[in-house]
Write a protein that binds this ligand. Structure first.
Ligand SMILES: Nc1ncnc2c1ncn2[C@@H]1O[C@H](COP(=O)(O)OP(=O)(O)OP(=O)(O)O)[C@@H](O)[C@H]1O
Length: 620
């Protein structure tokens, strides 16, 4: 592999404990890991097994130094190649592949890997090196046939493989994989674990949390780590598992699945001496490493002879003092490059997504035409001023919802991709945030512009550039506000809930916009509440732009028109003439506030486990 090669990594952990605060006053802490010890070796695929709730993911998080873990609550030692783990360095030596394959559907396999390579390989990597790294990952994971397939069209097994591929790009010597086979059929599960095995045989240390592996899948694992209730019951070669269990009185019936039996032992469903099993495991751990494996491995299963075609892509050697890790403070690529890659990716996705872009553009044109026909020439007729006012009201409503609804539908999956990439140290939240805001901007400008230009012209509004741009600016702000509030809701809640919550919050704000009820008719309480309605400011700014600023008398199609003087109409709806900037200022403040809400929501998502723990600490 062309990516920089790092030494092989052995992980030893001893008496590792981890607890979380609880709200219960009598028992303020809950211990999730109790003095667990073990070794994870290079060239070995380790199965981390145990009943549900045994602490498998917790152990993976603690050892990998996941941001989900409060490190001040971890005790015990974690050694990497015999030296105390340096978290910053270790995070760069390892990658964590989560259960969900959070990938972007609109990119092809090659594009997905290309972007991963851009983020994960140092900026000075040449184009040809990057290409050959991508080709090698494609080769290793046997994705050659699907290089140009969109991710959304891949099978579940292929999606799982590509999500492993993106993390392999910088050739990390340690892989932590959480339930790679969940949701896969038996043959896809076998394929995925076989790939993980070949990655291990390449020299990597691969630790996999796995649920009920089939016998065929289980055979692929070299080592097993068995957990029960946060305690280690066994750590060693998988072929010695049954012997170790039977030496403590747990006899596995012939032809019975070894992993199922081990989980039954860990769930206390089988008779035997659990204390003895723990003691024996501890004794084996305390033996010197050579002795430990000599005692346990009857036939050296992992040998060069067994794998004559072994890739020698990992650097063989124990040099973990590689100072390049220390020089890699922060991210592999500069913030400017991060911004550019993210911006280009967002733009590509928007262009490819039928629902997000083309459909939105078409609906804005169609609605512009429809309203243009319905309110044809209303803007130029004193008799139709009230109808014209409704046109603007509908425009405000439409622009807002046509931006917020697509965001609610699409952002949750994008947020998952962001969280995965951010937790794997690809780029910073701030860079992502600004790239997203800027990449979304063209559509937020194009759609309202098309809608308004058509509607404005057909409804016969005053042909004055200044008035047009005053209304246009309000519409752009509303589109931005709609999108950021939709994104924030989509990131904070799930899609189903957001679809209910966003309109529910928006409706009272609409009612207080001044269209249905004028401020003079509101009770003092609702009058003050109406000050928080951004629709009120947007709607008033549009009304002032259309009817205010000394607009002349309107032509009248009837013998008598009450609103020949547009100023009179503004008086009647309780909107004072002028003061456009103050109103727009309030909409800008709201647009900034929703962007801030989105930023805060993403920050909360990143640190939710830590925030939850800190909150519990506060309560107790
Ligand atoms: N932040 C936390 N606060 C309180 N309890 C937690 C926290 N994280 C995990 N737990 C608890 O710790 C125990 C172990 O959780 P963990 O997710 O590690 O189990 P697991 O073995 O991976 O389970 P599964 O196989 O079901 O995914 C569970 O009972 C879980 O409820």
């Amino acid at each position: 592999m062309c990516a920089k090669r790092h030494g092989q990594v052995t992980i030893d952990f001893d008496n590792l404990s981890y607890s979380v605060p609880e709200t219960n006053k009598k028992c303020p802490h809950r211990v999730l890991l109790h003095n667990v010890s073990g070794h994870f070796r290079p060239k070995h695929l380790v199965a981390l097994i145990g009943p549900s709730g045994a602490g498998k993911t917790t152990l993976l998080n603690v050892i990998s130094g996941s941001k989900a873990v409060d490190n001040s609550r971890v005790s015990g030692s974690i050694l990497v190649n015999g030296k105390e783990r340096n978290l910053q360095k270790f995070r760069k030596q390892s990658c964590y592949i989560t259960q969900e394959w959070s990938l972007l559907n609109q990119l092809t396999v090659e594009e997905t890997l290309e972007i991963a390579a851009r983020f994960k390989l140092p900026s000075n990597t040449s184009e040809s090196d990057r290409k050959s790294t991508i080709n090698e990952v494609v080769e290793i994971l046997r994705l050659n046939g699907s290089k140009n397939t969109l991710v959304k069209n891949l099978s579940n097994g292929q999606k799982k493989r590509i999500s492993i591929g993106v993390e392999l790009m910088n050739n990390p010597p340690v892989l932590f994989v959480d339930e790679p086979t969940s949701g896969l059929d038996s043959s896809s599960a076998l394929q995925v674990v076989s790939h993980l095995q070949s990655l291990a045989l390449d020299g990597r240390t691969v630790i996999v949390v796995i649920h009920q592996p089939s016998s065929k899948v289980f055979q692929l694992f070299h080592d097993v780590y068995l957990l029960s209730d946060g305690e280690c019951l066994y750590n060693g070669p998988s072929e010695h598992l049954v012997t170790a269990l039977s030496s403590a009185g747990f006899n596995c019936p012939q032809y019975y699945s070894k992993s199922d039996f081990a989980i039954e032992v860990a769930s206390a469903e089988v008779e035997g001496d659990i204390k003895l099993l723990k003691m024996e495991t501890r004794k084996r751990y305390e033996m010197k490493e050579g002795e430990f494996y000599e005692n346990l491995v009857p036939s050296k299963r992992i040998s060069e002879a067994n794998h004559p075609n072994e890739h020698t892509t990992m650097m063989i050697g124990d040099d973990d003092d590689d100072d390049s890790y220390n020089s890699l403070k922060g991210y592999p690529v500069s913030k400017l490059e991060q911004f550019w890659i993210l911006f280009m990716r967002c733009t590509k996705i928007t262009n490819r997504d039928m629902y997000l872009s083309r459909t939105r553009i078409i609906t804005h044109i169609m609605l512009g035409l429809l309203l243009g026909c319905l309110f044809y020439n209303f803007g130029n007729d004193a008799d139709k001023v009230v109808g014209n006012h409704s046109f603007f009201f509908f425009a405000v409503l439409f622009i807002h919802f046509s931006s917020s609804m697509p965001a609610i539908m699409t952002f949750p999956s994008e947020a998952n991709v962001f969280l995965r990439e951010h937790s794997n140290n690809w780029y910073s939240l701030t860079v992502y945030f600004f790239a997203k805001v800027l990449a979304d901007l063209p559509l937020q400008i194009i759609c309202p512009t098309l809608f308004l230009t058509i509607g404005y012209y057909m409804t016969g509004q005053p042909m004055e550039l200044q008035r047009f741009f005053m209304i246009w600016f309000v519409m752009i702000l509303l589109a931005m506000l709609g999108q950021s509030s939709g994104n924030a809701a989509g990131a904070l809640l799930n899609v189903e809930l957001s679809i209910v919550v966003v309109p529910t919050i928006s409706m009272p704000l609409f009612l207080l916009s001044g269209f249905f009820l004028q401020p003079k008719d509101l009770s003092p309480l609702f009058k003050s509440l109406s000050c928080v309605s951004y629709f009120k400011y947007a709607f008033e700014a549009v009304a002032v732009s259309a009817f205010g600023y000394d607009r002349g008398r309107l032509p009248c199609s009837q013998p008598y028109c009450h609103y020949r003087n547009p100023r009179k109409f503004l008086d009647d709806i309780g909107v004072d003439d002028y003061h456009y900037l103050e109103r727009v200022g309030m909409v800008v403040a709201w647009a900034l506030a929703t962007q801030l809400l989105l930023y805060t929501t993403l920050t909360i998502k990143i640190y939710q486990d830590k925030i939850r723990t800190a909150f519990r600490k506060l309560v107790t």
